[in-house]
Design a protein around this ligand. Structure first.
Ligand SMILES: Cc1ncc(COP(=O)(O)O)c(C=O)c1O
Length: 275
């Protein structure tokens, strides 16, 4: 099933599961639209804090699944803004627990082009797991094309709430043209992965910066004073995302986007000067 970006599919999932008392569960900090889609549709949203190192809190997640019996549980793989993949054994336990109480799990693989692993080979093991992807991180954020994969019968139910002509023919044509030239986008993703390794090495050697491992096209770092560093970088012409107020676990954290080689050199210099 196609959507105008995965954002539209996230909204349609909330609409499709809108029965009285329905709840959406997701680890936090996570992608904001899971909570926003619940709020706009009038569903309850329960954010389950990650551990201090941004891993899944197994006991808390299983507790939330048992307590709220969520209609939808989102697991972003890799997560945004922390950029990491989570423990597969814990993911499997959550999927099984959700399945036992009749809910859906959506594995959101928006950042798959940069990730070392995917859930795609495991999806057929379960009848209640859907996989969400997008052409945005593939390299075409402006085209707005997301896709939801899963068991045909389940997709057919969600498809009932999709507006009849949601994807324009221009989107289709752009996407088809891009997929016919996917080697160009694959090379671009490989270049970003190489740049990410370079950035992680440089950040690892920078005093006053803690950087977390990344499987996406962004890197989460912690500095002594996020607001000061953010403003310093901005005044040097480098705009990063200040996520430090998004969630208590993200105190003094900034999210850096992996750019071209030249942009990354500029970003590292601006960061160093702004610490
Ligand atoms: C985890 C995750 N899922 C989904 C999206 C939505 O992407 P789009 O609507 O561009 O497909 C994003 C965007 O940043 C994201 O980070």
């Amino acid at each position: 099933m196609l959507g105008n970006g995965s954002d539209e599919l996230i909204s349609l999932l909330a609409m499709a599961c809108d029965v009285p008392g329905a709840t959406i569960v997701s680890p936090v900090p996570g992608f904001v639209m899971y909570g926003v889609s619940a709020q706009l549709q009038g569903l309850k949203f329960v954010g389950v804090p990650l551990t201090a190192d941004f891993e899944l809190d197994e006991a808390a997640m299983l507790g939330a699944v048992a307590a709220y019996k969520p209609a939808i549980t989102y697991l972003a793989y890799p997560n945004n803004p922390t950029a990491n993949l989570w423990d597969d054994a814990v993911i499997e336990k959550i999927i099984e627990a959700v399945g036992r109480q009749g809910g859906l799990v959506v594995m959101d693989e928006a950042y798959q082009p940069f990730a070392s692993k995917s859930y795609i080979d495991r999806i057929t093991r379960h009848g209640h797991v859907l996989l969400l992807r997008t052409l945005s991180k593939f390299g075409l954020a402006g085209v707005r094309l997301g896709y939801l994969m899963g068991p045909i019968a389940l997709i057919a139910e969600i498809n009932k709430v999709r507006p009849p002509y949601n994807i324009s023919v221009l989107n289709y044509e752009c996407a088809l043209f891009a997929l016919e030239h996917q080697e160009v986008f694959a090379a671009q993703a490989l270049e970003l992965i190489a740049q990410r390794a370079m950035l992680l090495e440089a950040l690892g050697n920078m005093a006053g910066v803690r950087a977390w491992k990344s499987d996406a096209n962004m890197i989460l770092i912690r500095v002594a004073d996020a607001a000061k560093t953010f403003e310093g970088m901005k005044s040097r012409g480098v705009l990063v995302k200040n996520v430090s107020k998004m969630h208590p676990l993200l105190v003094n954290c900034l999210r850096l986007t992996v750019g071209t080689a030249g942009e990354n050199v500029q970003m590292l210099a601006a960061l160093q000067e702004s610490l």
